[in-house]
Design a protein around this ligand. Structure first.
Ligand SMILES: Cc1cc2nc3c(=O)[nH]c(=O)nc-3n(C[C@H](O)[C@H](O)[C@H](O)COP(=O)(O)OP(=O)(O)OC[C@H]3O[C@@H](n4cnc5c(N)ncnc54)[C@H](O)[C@@H]3O)c2cc1C
Length: 448
């Protein structure tokens, strides 16, 4: 191996795909994987790309679904994760479900068969000062490495749990009910004074909402997860259990807000939504992290006035998850700004899910290999699913409230001249995916 070797840490979804892509571009790769020497609480095997929970890659619809589009883009780029998924597919309607053992074994065999990939088993517990590296150590990054990353980035830039508040598509919010206003009209600019959307509740609506929260189905913690991190970010249902008024004096407090539609009505409680991306297409429900099951969440959150027809880009959750504040730490090529010889990829960069993690591995592998080979790759087009994701994590997302993100059409730039709202959705999504496919093919042609 030469000093042009690329080291990849973590043989999960992202690291496996990165190794495959870089090796195919002609780079020598060392793939470092700590299992089986060091285990995580979720992995059960020694295979690469193990699916730790569900066996689904979600929708395979590449015309009407953003994750299906990501599948399509990865297939066009000779993606190993998608080729294994296609080989090991199980019947599952419109979803892409796989035989998890066969899937991981296929990935492991394909990587092992490439002569320019060497596998080294063992934990990497420090950030190397020289060489070319991709860190793809995932949500369960080993604690020693997590400490090393936190030392480099600052502890406030690396999270060990995600407490995710649900995210709503802006065009599904009823603006005849909600109004834009920051509490006490705080802010130096008009934009800041109108930074939040407010959903007003009467006393009856609030009481019904609390009842529904208390009755909703909740998920349990996985073994190995602890609830000790909760200080300051309690799930809303736990707050409700502590007292019926706890939320009204916490994230749902109505003070400092005047209903623009009915200035004389004093709301009993207010749910606030905060802009979640620079495009203004997504809003998160402030302070609404939750362990409610997904089905229960949509039912309960649609009780909030103004959100009766809400569509969710992602639902809330609380999980063990190591991830960095990528919008402030990574450059547009996924390099650590403070140490550009280190790239990060996969869930540790703040994407969420098998597919998104593999996708970011695909990009990191290609970008790192191109750098080693002295090739000048054009920027990943923002109008592709790949580009929308990488753009979101490396700059488009609000850094202050950054939480892991699934791919979704809210990350895409609008297509001019198309109808907003639910009725225009089918045409809009088709326009997004057509535009993305053309841009992705163009990028792949320019990159080879
Ligand atoms: C409990 C749980 C349930 C989940 N359920 C789902 C689900 O149902 N659907 C879904 O889409 N996503 C799910 N996820 C998220 C999913 O696991 C990730 O999106 C995906 O696996 C991330 O890919 P990755 O390559 O970034 O990390 P991983 O696939 O986790 O791979 C990281 C690899 O790095 C290795 N590693 C860690 N630290 C070191 C180190 N210091 N040195 C060397 N190697 C190291 C690990 O052993 C692992 O093999 C779940 C995650 C968890 C924790």
């Amino acid at each position: 191996m030469t000093d042009k070797t690329l080291h990849i840490v973590g043989g999960g979804m992202a690291g496996s795909e990165a190794a495959w892509q870089a090796a195919h571009m002609g780079v020598d790769v060392v793939l470092h994987e700590m299992r089986p020497k060091v285990e995580t609480f979720a992995h059960q095997t020694d295979d690469f790309a193990e699916m730790v929970c569900s066996n689904s890659f979600r929708s395979d619809d590449d015309e009407q679904n953003a994750v299906g589009l990501l599948h399509w883009e990865m297939r066009q780029a000779n993606g190993l994760i998608m080729s294994s998924a296609d080989h090991n597919r199980l019947p599952a309607g419109g979803a892409l479900a796989v035989d998890r053992d066969a899937f991981a074994q296929y990935v492991t065999e394909k990587l092992r068969a490439l002569p320019n990939i060497r596998v080294e088993y063992g934990e990497i517990s420090d950030l190397p000062t020289d060489g070319h590296w991709i860190f793809a150590t995932g949500p369960l990054t080993s604690p020693a490495l997590g400490d090393a990353i936190a030392n480099e980035t600052g502890t406030d830039r690396l999270a060990f749990f995600d407490a995710i508040a649900p995210i709503v598509y802006a065009d599904s919010i009823d603006m005849d009910v909600v109004w834009a206003q920051s509490r006490y009209d705080k802010g130096d600019t008009e934009d800041e004074r109108r930074a939040y959307l407010n959903c007003p509740m009467t006393r009856d609506q609030y009481e019904a909402f609390i009842d529904a929260l208390l009755a909703a189905d909740k998920t349990e913690f996985h073994e190995g997860e602890t609830a000790t991190y909760f200080d300051g970010c309690l799930p809303i249902e736990v707050m409700a259990e502590r007292g019926r008024d706890t939320l009204r004096f916490g994230p749902m407090k109505p003070v400092g807000l005047t209903n623009a539609h009915k200035p004389d009505d004093k709301p009993y409680a207010v749910v606030q939504l905060r802009r979640d991306n620079a495009l203004g297409t997504l809003y998160n429900i402030v302070g609404f992290q939750t362990k409610m099951k997904y089905g229960a969440q949509t039912d309960v959150f649609r009780m909030i006035p103004g959100l009766e027809n809400a569509s969710f880009a992602r639902l809330g959750g609380i999980h063990r998850n190591t991830f960095m504040n990528s919008p402030t730490l990574l450059d547009s090529q996924m390099r650590l700004k403070s140490r550009p010889n280190l790239r990060f990829a996969g869930q540790v960069t703040g994407v969420e899910g098998y597919v998104e993690s593999a996708a970011m591995g695909l990009l990191a592998g290609r970008l790192a290999a191109a750098e080693l080979l002295g090739l000048d790759l054009p920027d990943v087009p923002q109008d592709t699913a790949m580009g929308a994701l990488i753009h979101h994590i490396t700059g488009g997302a609000e850094a202050k409230s950054f939480q892991p993100m699934n791919v979704n059409f809210g990350l895409f730039r609008p297509v001019d001249g198309l109808k907003g709202g639910r009725r225009g959705r089918k045409d809009r999504y088709k326009a997004y995916t057509d535009r993305a496919k053309a841009a992705w093919i163009d990028w792949l042609e320019q990159s080879t």
